[in-house]
Design a protein around this ligand. Structure first.
Ligand SMILES: C[S@@+](CC[C@H](N)C(=O)[O-])C[C@H]1O[C@@H](n2cnc3c(N)ncnc32)[C@H](O)[C@@H]1O
Length: 256
């Protein structure tokens, strides 16, 4: 295959999420060296050394543990265990969660739904059309033939009731206000078939993320597992599993 034909995934999250700590590392090391040469007193030198240590460690966590611009893996194998069926990804963005499902469930098909509006631009910037960016990533992953792109609002899904075997949503529903969250969860419950799963993935207030970014990336981070469990139960889901991954809270629910 010619080199120019090799396509790369580009999820397009801002550079600073993966590399933003590096300028801090360089700045803090430079000032530390200056202080050493000028024989600064112990306390400022100690503080600078701590800054170097924290920014270096935070860079490694952001780049290799959280790895928001890298491929994601399913947080639980209990999602669509049959491996077959039609899945809906709510708030698909540039395709990270859609590709996660399609790669780990190679016999499933998926509808990647997004509003492709302001929130998309806030996360991924302007440029080529959002749908084209999503399609380019689906193609780069070699899964485009099992995926359909659909524009729509997760608060009012453009699908008939019971039309999906499973639903996934990653880092998307937690951008909405309380009413939007309730509407979206109700819509997920409406479109999934009885017995079908809903995998809800959220930004979590957990130690890896707090160490690396402090409050910077908290969406509705004040809402913990109990709040999300109740919200899912309120719209008719049965919660089967709750867990965390670095930066992530996930809940696996089933429509009875
Ligand atoms: C942080 S991105 C997550 C993208 C993807 N799921 C991932 O894991 O990388 C959140 C996405 O939710 C979408 N979104 C926000 N509000 C929406 C709504 N009301 N209906 C549909 N999509 C929405 C945004 O356009 C954005 O692409």
């Amino acid at each position: 295959m010619p080199l120019c034909a090799i396509a790369h995934l580009n999820f397009g999250y801002p550079w600073w999420i993966s590399y933003g700590h590096l300028p801090l590392v360089v700045g803090a090391v430079s000032i530390l060296l200056l202080g050493y040469r000028r024989k600064w007193s112990k306390w400022p030198m100690l503080l600078l050394a701590l800054l170097v240590l924290w920014s270096g460690a935070a860079f490694l966590v952001a780049r290799f543990v959280l790895d928001i611009n890298g491929r994601a893996s399913l947080p639980t194998q209990n999602f669509l265990p049959s491996g077959v069926g039609r899945v809906l990804d709510i708030g698909a963005g540039t395709g990270r969660s859609s590709i996660m499902v399609l790669e780990s469930r190679p016999r499933a098909t998926l509808v990647a739904l997004d509003l492709f509006a302001d929130s998309f631009e806030q996360h991924f910037g302007r440029g080529e059309s959002p749908q084209q960016r999503l399609l380019a990533n689906l193609k780069a992953a070699g899964v485009e033939q099992r995926a359909t792109i659909q524009s729509g609002d997760m608060r009012e899904l453009p699908f008939n009731p019971v039309s999906f075997d499973a639903v996934v949503s990653a880092y998307a529903i937690d951008h909405l206000d309380r009413q939007g969250i309730n509407l979206s969860l109700s819509e997920a419950a409406r479109v999934v078939k009885p017995g079908g799963e809903f995998l809800l993935i959220l930004v979590a207030k957990e130690p890896w993320l707090q160490f690396t970014f402090g409050p910077l990336l908290m969406h509705s981070g004040i809402r913990g597992p109990a709040w999300w469990t109740t919200s899912l139960q309120d719209v008719g889901f049965q919660v089967l599993e709750v867990g965390t991954h670095p930066g992530t809270l996930y809940l696996l629910a089933r429509r009875p």
